[in-house]
Design a protein around this ligand. Structure first.
Ligand code: ADP
Ligand code: ZN
Length: 725
């Protein structure tokens, strides 16, 4: 009897949404280690995955085992990333393969660099100069030769536009030099002298970084108090340790202004990670992170899943922002997961905000987080003076939104050669369009939402699914001709009103759909800084992070917007947003003034903004959450069922409801139509599961759903700690 020699077997995790680990044989010819990126056969395909663990107990028959085909020439996925992916998968109840996919979002980064072809301008202008072509030519004539994918990404066109121009001889191909090197940041490049408050916060953080121990600090300070300078010191300390730092920001706060500040302080730009990044930058940055060459990474939430070789610090700036929460794919909150990442890596995590989330404030109060405060604005700039305009007493009139007191304040500010910002968190021309003769409202055919008129583009748009159409000539209900009327204000309409009131002033509008590229944003900032713009009208995009020294008046057109609605965090979010907007006024020597128009001047949120008393508001908010058993006092999860057929979704939901978990400390609400009951043609039902903090909500859900077969026409999504409900 010959004893069969069993070859070494390992489990390989594949980045597939249905995937988990599969056993493979590690052939003796390959030097296979845990964390290696490898290619393996899967059915008839070849898939790239990560060697996750040894498979000593594998009992698959030898003849059914397949060999690992190759070990890729790329650094290993660090042990901490493996642990983090396992943890996130368990917590969010999503497949590990799906989580791994977020860490390997740049498949071609796993291979050695292939030579690149660049495209450059031959100075031959094409006969037909479309808008898309013009953008391409602008980019190549300004920044020289670049790859087709990079040009396409920056210009927002498809690669075929570039290839087409090359065929016409407008562009020509050239060999591009090897990818630009990652420059090394210098912690001592331009040290600044800190105020006493800043010094004590910075010293605390620097020694936390040096300790290589986990701990969370909440860095709280009004806008302009110098929080950024403080966490720069923590980053400098981390550089000294030879470790990497990660700064997470909401996507829209990643501005050219902030990048420039990093450069001033550390001598080089940080390594960026966000959705605007071109393919080759993405690849270069991913490799720099896994090889430990990227000293400072500045990124949006997805940067948290980058495979850092030696991470030593995470800063979550604007930690209260709800955009750290991802609702789709793997639903997770990057702020909370950053804390977990710190624990796994034994390093400190800094949460910075002028208006911290209730969750973080509670953790600081309970002593779980260190509370670092910067009570005043840096350099003695005073906080703005906030006034409320009661719209019940100062109605601007029908279909107008700038009240008389606000108009007068704008006039005065402009006459002092200072700048004004008007804030209205609504894109487009009007949020609602209705028929004047029968009242019919224009609704999205795919979503339970109104269509929003965008007059500049001459379209009606759905802000949920992107559906767009032109304004119908006649009403489909009553057949009246040309009867549609805009109802309520969007910023385009506000611009119209401002232009009528201030015809000689330079007015500019800024919204996420009009400022589409980082370049457009920096041009805008330059125009603000040079004083070329006198009145800036914008949505929440202008509320975040910008620093305009000569902006002294902020007018909040509708402070009540966002206060209504069933969302748990509606009031908290409105408070935070209004505080941010308010903080744009008077950031330097000229004091700022804010006028806030409201029909609800006594509302706790408005009151807290006017008196700049966040503490009272948060105490009230905490009380409400505690008595309702809501986060952070209780645990919450959502179970969302969706499908094209409303009836079958409802039937499936009813079946689930019959076996819903019960218990003293568990409440299941629903099924009810989700807040947006239809999105993209899919009908949505939702359960909310609420339980006490000492209950493991994942196991409650796990037991409930165990062995339950979801029909193929229905999608079930679990969202632990849901937002936006
Ligand atoms: P925050 O992040 O709290 O909003 P910032 O760090 O952006 O505040 O600081 C506000 C302004 O004050 C910035 O222009 C910054 O450069 C300046 N500033 C803050 N601290 C200092 C300092 N110690 N020395 C010089 N300038 C500072
Ligand atoms: Zn829609």
């Amino acid at each position: 009897m010959s004893s069969t020699i069993k070859h070494r077997r390992v489990r390989v995790l594949l980045p597939l949404s249905i995937g988990d680990v599969y056993d493979y044989r590690a052939p003796a010819s390959l030097d296979v280690e845990i964390g290696h990126f490898v290619t393996v056969p899967l059915g008839r395909r070849e898939v790239t995955g990560v060697v996750w663990e040894e498979a000593i107990d594998s009992d698959l028959a030898e003849e059914r085992m397949k060999d690992i085909l190759a070990v890729l020439p790329c650094a290993k996925l660090p042990q901490q990333s493996l642990k983090f992916i396992n943890w996130v998968s368990q917590y969010t109840m999503q497949r590990r393969g799906k989580v791994l996919r977020m860490a390997m979002s740049v498949p071609d980064a796993l291979y050695p660099k292939a030579p690149r072809t660049g495209y450059r301008f031959t100075n031959k202008v094409p006969e037909k100069l479309t808008a898309a072509r013009r953008r391409v030519l602008d980019i190549v004539s300004e920044s020289g030769a670049q790859t087709a994918t990079d040009i396409a990404a920056i210009a927002g066109v498809s690669v075929s536009v570039i290839k087409g121009l090359a065929e016409k001889g407008v562009l020509e191909t050239v060999d591009l030099p090897a990818e630009s090197p990652i420059e090394v940041p210098d912690g001592q490049f331009a040290e600044v002298e800190l105020s006493p408050d800043q010094v004590s916060a910075a010293n605390f953080l620097a020694s936390a970084v040096g300790s290589h121990e986990f701990g969370v600090s909440l860095l709280e300070g009004v806008t302009g108090s110098g929080k950024t300078e403080v966490y720069f010191e923590a980053i400098a300390a981390c550089l000294k340790e030879g470790r990497q730092s990660l700064v997470l920001l909401p996507e829209i706060a990643l501005t050219a202004q902030l990048l420039a500040r990093f450069e001033e302080r550390f001598g080089v730009r940080p390594v960026e990670w966000h959705s605007d990044l071109g393919q080759s930058a993405r690849r270069r940055n991913w490799r720099a992170v896994i090889e430990g060459r990227a000293g400072i990474v500045l990124g949006a939430r997805s940067a948290l899943f980058l495979p850092f070789a030696k991470l030593g610090l995470i800063v979550v700036d604007e930690e209260h922002e709800s955009s750290f929460k991802q609702d789709e794919g793997v639903p997770y909150n990057a702020r909370d997961m950053a804390v977990v990442r710190g624990k796994i890596g034994s390093f400190p995590v800094v949460l910075a905000s002028a208006t911290p989330s209730l969750e973080s404030l509670m953790n600081a109060k309970m002593g779980k987080y260190e509370h670092l405060k910067l009570p005043s604005r840096y350099g003695g700039a005073t906080l703005p003076n906030v006034n409320v305009i009661d719209l019940k007493l100062n109605s601007p009139g029908s279909q107008r939104w700038i009240s008389e007191p606000l108009r007068v304040a704008i006039e005065e500010t402009l006459s002092k050669k200072q700048q004004v910002m008007l804030f209205l968190n609504r894109r487009g021309y009007a949020p609602l369009t209705l028929c004047d003769s029968c009242g019919h409202r224009l609704q999205c055919p795919n979503c339970s939402a109104w269509l929003v008129e965008h007059r500049l583009m001459n379209r009606l748009q759905c802000h949920h699914c992107g559906y767009s159409t032109v304004l119908p000539k006649s009403c489909s209900e009553c057949e009246a001709e040309e009867s549609f009327k805009a109802c309520g204000p969007g910023i385009e309409r506000l611009v119209e009103e401002a232009e009528a009131l201030f015809p000689d002033r330079k007015i500019a509008m800024m919204a996420s759909d009009t400022i589409s590229s980082p370049r457009a944003a920096s041009e805008f900032v330059a125009a603000m800084e040079s004083g070329e713009i006198e009145i800036l009208i914008g949505t929440q995009i202008v509320a975040k992070g910008y620093h305009f020294p000569n902006l002294t008046l902020v007018g909040i057109i509708d402070a009540d917007l966002g206060l209504s609605g069933g969302d748990l965090r509606a009031a908290e979010r409105t408070y935070q947003l209004l505080s941010q907007v308010t903080g744009r006024a008077g950031r330097e020597t000229n004091p700022g003034t804010v006028y806030l128009q409201s029909y609800l001047p006594e509302h706790p949120v408005i009151d807290a903004i006017v008196h700049q008393q966040g503490d009272d508001f948060f105490a009230l908010e905490a009380e409400g959450r505690e008595s309702a058993g809501m986060p952070p006092y209780g645990r919450l999860a959502a179970l969302i069922l969706s499908g094209a057929n409303a009836e079958s979704v409802a039937r499936f939901a009813a079946g689930l409801a019959r076996r819903a978990p019960m218990g003293e400390k568990i409440t299941v609400l629903g099924p009810a139509p989700a807040p947006l009951s239809m999105i993209r043609g899919r009908h949505r039902y939702r359960f909310l599961v609420k339980c006490a903090r000492d209950i493991n909500i994942q196991s409650v859900l796990g037991k409930w759903l165990q062995g339950y077969k979801v029909p193929s026409d229905i999608r079930m999504q679990i969202d632990i700690d849901p937002y936006n409900f």
